[in-house]
Ligand binder design. Structure first.
Ligand code: SF4
Length: 359
């Protein structure tokens, strides 16, 4: 019997996620099945549990510093334990991690196949009430700005996910990158419908694959919010068509949220083309959610500026999201509609009057 310590770096402004560490919860279930003794901790543990193996997870590449701190702590504290570091940063930036820690840690890239199809041990996070599920891994698209092609290079759909829903949970959150590309999407929708739980296709659904059949299946789910993406100008027409179909089927524009990538160095994305996409969305009566592009290599969050953008323009978007947005999004409110649709330039759209002029 091994003693396994599972570590999530301490949450902070620099290491922030609202979700539990799914990979660690799966590892917990896997090791418990093997009768290993398992302990899960957040941050820096100090309670006399001496593990043989330690698994440390990681988040996005810009959140690497807290991961390094955690590794340093456990290397120092448990000198004999074998430490494995996995997760997104470890997968995308193995060389960076190796440079910092050499052979003192093992780097795990990608998924942990043995634990991939196991029900995560949600008993370790009793405050969390939703099952997070992948009914497929990878994506059929190969967008150059997206990390999925590195994190999950092969598209692999599952036929069933029923066994991944935890008894007592009220909601299922799907983290599929492109569920509609799955050969089994109808089987999965059927299971979701039968679960009678609230459903969130959290990573968005691919507007290009939405048709009347998909809409009729979506209508049968308890789905408060439909998430789509408008990352490049190239998907304008299929996206518009998908939104029209959703609205015709009775979905309200305020139930449709569209992610809108900006600061993207790959797609000739400029402040003006970003504004055009926002104007489309507000004109179509749906919520837009700007997403600032972050590169895959490790660097401080919000410091990358793509060649077609200037730092002050990125700051204008961030400020507008804080001041006139709602939770970082731009809902199709009349005031916002007027401001964005009448603007002749990016600067005009994102200019905010100083407070003294508003009084
Ligand atoms: S469609 Fe979305 S998930 Fe798929 S590669 Fe493009 S950005 Fe990534």
């Amino acid at each position: 019997m091994s003693k396994i310590l599972l570590v999530e770096p301490e949450k902070s402004r620099r290491y922030h996620t609202q979700y539990p560490p799914l990979g660690l919860l799966k590892l917990a279930a896997y090791h418990k099945k093997r009768k290993d003794k398992v302990r899960f901790v957040r941050g820096f543990d100090n309670d006399g549990f001496y593990p043989n193996k330690i698994y440390i997870t990681s988040l996005f590449t810009y959140a690497y510093e807290p991961v390094h701190q955690t590794i340093r702590y456990y290397l120092e504290k448990y000198k004999k334990a074998k430490i494995t570091v996995g997760g997104i940063y470890a997968t995308l930036c193995g060389d960076h991690l190796k440079e910092a820690f050499g052979d003192r840690i093992r780097i795990h890239k990608g998924l942990c196949e043995e634990a991939e199809d196991i029900l995560p041990d949600y008993s370790l996070v009793p405050e969390w009430k939703a099952s997070i599920v992948f009914s497929s891994r990878g994506c059929i698209r190969n967008c150059p700005f997206c990390s999925v092609r590195v994190l999950e290079p092969e598209f692999r759909p599952k036929k069933s996910i029923r066994h991944l829903v935890y008894p007592g949970h009220k909601k299922v959150i799907l983290w599929d990158n492109n569920i509609l590309a799955s050969y089994y999407w109808e089987d999965i929708f059927q299971e979701l419908e039968e679960s009678n739980l609230e459903i969130d296709f959290n990573q968005g659904i691919d507007a290009r694959l939405i048709n009347l059949k998909v809409i009729s299946r979506l209508k049968r789910l308890k789905i408060p919010l439909i998430r789509l993406a408008y990352d490049t100008q190239g998907i304008r027409e299929p996206l518009k068509r998908a939104i029209d179909l959703l609205k015709e089927a009775g979905f309200n524009g305020r139930q449709i949220l569209v992610y809108c990538l900006y600061n993207n160095p790959f797609e000739k994305d400029t402040p003006e083309t970003f504004l055009n996409r926002l104007q489309d969305l507000i004109d179509w009566g749906v919520i837009s959610y700007p997403m600032r592009y972050e590169p895959l290599e490790p660097r401080e969050k919000n410091t990358y500026v793509s060649p077609c953008w200037r730092e002050e323009q990125l700051e204008m978007v961030a400020k507008a999201r804080r001041v006139i947005g709602y939770g970082g999004a731009f809902p199709p409110y009349e005031g916002l509609k007027k401001k964005f649709l009448s603007a002749k330039s990016f600067e005009e759209a994102f200019f905010l009057k100083p407070i003294s002029q508003c009084l």
